[in-house]
Design a protein around this ligand. Structure first.
Ligand code: UT7
Length: 329
């Protein structure tokens, strides 16, 4: 069956005001260096939310940009899908807060919990909603305030992550523009490798959990790295196969921005030269679900994506979850 051509009609992104440089970790007592962080990850700085900045506030700012670019008003939104692992509240979903702030009264709103794959999975959910025939215009957001869920005393994780939001407006296209192929996978047997173990309903928050930091994000970095390289390489192959394209057809690869070494390994496996790979991990750190839509917005606004460009997205995150998508713009 022919795909309905769910296209990305507008993009936007927002970050908190404060820039936190690698050199700033010394001021909070973390034993690390700019050299270690940059050599291992490619990260130079990240944005960190301050008082008054929330997941909703940066999501709404990104959404306004994407809606303006798409020429869409809040009243026209049929759905809001928000990928995040760091919601403003545990209940209800942050998507409904975004709905209220935008005044998108007709839109059904819900979160997608797929960690760093959140925007990619959310976009595929949006495509599925469109295929029902009941949804024409959908706002998909990937947003994180990871600074609020990381352990700022754990150098294994706190140097890696950043805050931000990316938004895209999806519309049905009558032209041959939109999603050409899509792929999603999960492997819950590896859930323990990247998690927030405690503070959920299995082990509700206690003073002891807070004391030991069990409610913070924890990660087995080396294991996650190996799985990310393997899964993202596989996902890149699947996306191309699904779209019946070869690597040389891809104008731009936008991979999840976790680590420059993972990005380079994915590009090498997919046989895509680094000139055709969008990289901004140095500026934002790993913003999880926000990383691909932030990169997409920068790529669109800097002219690296033009009418007709073939763009491949590849994501990987906690769960594990991973996937890919090929889109003609
Ligand atoms: O979004 C998807 C999820 N996340 C990822 O994709 C991240 C995947 N993992 C990675 O990117 C890498 O594994 C890291 C960047 C986290 C770590 O790089 P690595 O080359 O795998 O380093 P390592 O874990 O092998 O650690 C090497 C050493 C350790 O010391 P010992 O045990 O060898 O003496 C660490 O204690 O580096 C030490 N170390 C640090 N040193 C300075 C760990 N963190 C730091 C730090 N500064 N911030």
């Amino acid at each position: 069956m022919k795909r309905p051509y769910a296209m990305i009609a507008g993009t936007g992104h927002a970050v908190p005001k404060r820039v936190f440089m690698n050199s700033d970790f010394a001021s909070i007592g973390i034993d690390t260096t700019d050299e270690w962080i940059f050599d291992r990850t490619g990260i130079r700085q990240r944005y960190i939310a301050g008082a008054g900045e929330t997941l909703t506030s940066i999501s709404v700012e990104a959404a306004h940009q994407a809606m303006e670019a798409a020429g869409v008003t809040a009243a026209e939104l049929d759905a809001i899908v928000l990928g995040t692992a760091s919601p403003d509240r545990l209940l209800p979903a942050t998507a409904v807060e975004v709905q209220a702030a935008l005044g998108a009264t007709r839109a059904v709103a819900f979160d997608v919990d797929a960690a760093c794959s959140g925007w990619l999975f959310g976009t595929q959910v949006a495509e599925g909603l469109m295929a029902t025939g009941n949804y024409e215009t959908i706002l998909v957001i990937g947003a994180e305030l990871l600074s609020r869920i990381i352990n700022w005393k754990d150098r294994n994780t706190c140097v890696l992550f950043g805050d931000g939001a990316g938004a895209t407006v999806m519309r049905k296209s009558t032209r041959q523009r939109g999603i050409l192929s899509a792929y999603m996978r999960s492997d819950g047997t590896l859930a323990d490798l990247l998690q927030r173990e405690k503070g959920g309903s299995r082990e509700p928050i206690t003073a002891e959990i807070i004391e030991e930091g069990g409610h913070y994000l924890s990660m087995a970095g080396r294991e996650v790295f190996k799985n990310a390289v393997r899964s993202m390489a596989d996902a890149a192959d699947r996306a191309l196969d699904g779209a019946k394209l070869s690597a040389s057809d891809v104008d731009l690869l936008i991979p999840h921005q976790a680590n420059i070494r993972i990005i380079e390994a994915t590009a090498k496996h997919a046989n895509i030269p680094m000139e055709k790979v969008f990289v901004n991990v140095g500026t934002y750190g790993n913003t999880s679900a926000a990383s691909i839509p932030i990169a997409l917005n920068e790529a669109v606004r800097s002219g690296r994506i033009k009418d007709g460009s073939i763009v491949m997205f590849v994501a990987f995150g906690a769960g594990f979850t991973w996937g890919s998508m090929v889109v003609r713009f």
